[in-house]
Write a protein that binds this ligand. Structure first.
Ligand SMILES: Cc1ncc(COP(=O)(O)O)c(C=O)c1O
Length: 428
């Protein structure tokens, strides 16, 4: 029974391991964009296990790839031996990255990928100084927490890197919020220069940024923002790392990588989440000389393991063969249009934002911009009660996030919007 499982969960798992919903949900099975709970109810899933089920559930192509590995009887070999899928996947990512002479290192998570990116940059620049964005999330290791600009996700002040935070794309609560795009970007670029000049010793290793901040509530900077930031980084020889853990693989619709909206090629990109359609795999792609600049052995025992690489290969093939980026653009636009209509109707919605199949509602006390996390929690319950799963986020816990599988259909987008409309009406 689900209640019993909740009590057992609470007894043996950490108290800070957050569960959604007053009556937490156990997901029992899934197909397409729908899951069935142990409560026997079916849900349309607009969060996909935090963007991990990028193609949806029960995808035959991914299953066949995993089955083929299991059928061979060897689930893991370690990277001490050649892994064909790993090499072929690295070739594909190196090509897709647009980074010249790129090399790829596979990990088992986004955190580990960002840790590696920091290692590459700090080694190359012989500096432990790093720039990160306010309202960022990069993972749960000491270094990743060190570059995470959300108090609620940064459990320790211990950090192997020395971090300075700059303004980023969270415009709704920025002191520059009222500025038009170009001036907003110019103000943030001026802040970046000021931070480099006033809070660092000059020889900064890198700046790391999410093109659209995920955990931070899908905060979207103006297009070209990171291009303008990178021009300053280049003056100082500071490397640029794009954390594509949420924005990669066409999710933003307009581009394959989120950073491409900014007209720049980063020195390093990191990825994870939906890459293996649920299997644990992440990685780093970087210019070859950066990747080869590590002067010691390094290994991730399970990074790029045969099972996960086979799933990731099948997933990336599926994304490309079905042009899911185009689907993210089309269905994402439909979703965002519908959400904007809801935003115009409900004064509890302070802002609707997003790109492609990343869409967010920031909830506020009506008539103000005061964050309303209680309304966000209620809307989570109301949507669940009507058969829709969505996510929550934002530094203040008042942002609802929707990032459905990239295979979402127009009919499913409409269905989700109608549930959201009813749920918002129930909030009144
Ligand atoms: C942008 C971003 N980077 C890194 C991470 C960390 O990834 P993982 O949880 O796989 O370690 C996350 C996870 O939410 C993320 O959203």
């Amino acid at each position: 029974m689900s209640d019993d499982l909740l009590a057992r969960h609470r007894a043996v798992l950490p108290s800070w391991l957050t569960l959604y919903y007053e009556q937490p949900l156990e997901i029992a099975s899934g197909a397409g964009r729908r899951v069935t709970g142990a409560d026997g109810r079916e849900y349309l899933d607009f969060f996909g296990g935090i963007l991990t089920n990028m193609l949806g559930y029960g995808v035959p192509e991914v299953r066949a790839a995993v089955d083929a590995v299991l059928d061979r009887g060897v689930v893991h070999t370690s990277t001490l031996y050649l892994i064909r899928d790993q090499v072929e996947l690295a070739e594909r990512i190196a090509r897709l990255s647009g980074i010249p002479d790129a090399k790829v290192f596979f990990t088992s998570s986004g955190t580990e990928a960002n840790e590696m990116a920091l290692l590459l940059a700090t080694q190359a620049r012989r500096s432990a100084q790093v720039l990160a964005l306010r309202n960022s999330y990069h993972g749960r290791s000491f270094a990743a927490m060190g570059i995470t600009g959300i108090r609620g996700w940064s459990a320790s002040a211990l950090s192997p890197v020395q971090v300075s935070y700059v303004h980023g794309g969270y415009r709704y609560r920025s002191p520059y919020r009222d500025l038009p795009d170009a001036e907003y970007t110019a103000a943030c670029v001026a802040d970046l220069r000021d931070v480099i000049e006033s809070t660092t010793a000059g020889d900064v290793a890198c700046m790391i940024a999410e093109p659209i901040q995920g955990v931070g509530g899908f905060a979207v900077p103006p297009d070209g923002f990171f291009g303008a930031m990178k021009a300053v980084l280049d003056e100082y020889g500071i490397l640029f790392v794009s954390d594509e853990v949420q924005t990669g693989w066409g999710r933003t619709g307009e581009h394959f990588w989120g950073i491409q909206a900014h007209g720049v090629t980063p020195d390093v990109m990191t990825f994870a989440k939906g890459f293996g359609n649920g299997l644990a795999i992440g990685g780093v792609v970087a210019r070859g000389e950066l990747m080869d600049g590590i002067a010691a052995n390094s290994i991730s025992t399970f990074g790029g393991n045969p099972l996960a690489t086979a799933a990731a290969r099948a997933t990336v093939d599926y994304v490309l063969e079905h042009d899911l980026q185009a689907n993210a653009l089309k269905v994402g636009d439909q979703l965002l249009r519908g959400l904007r209509d809801l935003g115009a109707e409900h004064d509890a919605i302070g802002e609707v934002r997003g790109k492609g199949l990343m869409a967010a509602l920031e909830l506020v006390a009506p008539g103000s911009d005061r964050p309303d996390p209680a309304a966000a929690a209620r809307l989570m319950e109301e949507t669940r009660a009507r058969g829709l799963l969505i996510g929550k986020g934002g530094r203040l816990g008042n942002v609802l996030r929707m990032a459905p599988p990239l295979t979402l259909t127009e009919a499913e987008a409409e269905e989700g919007l109608s549930i959201l409309a009813d749920s918002l009406a129930a909030l009144r």
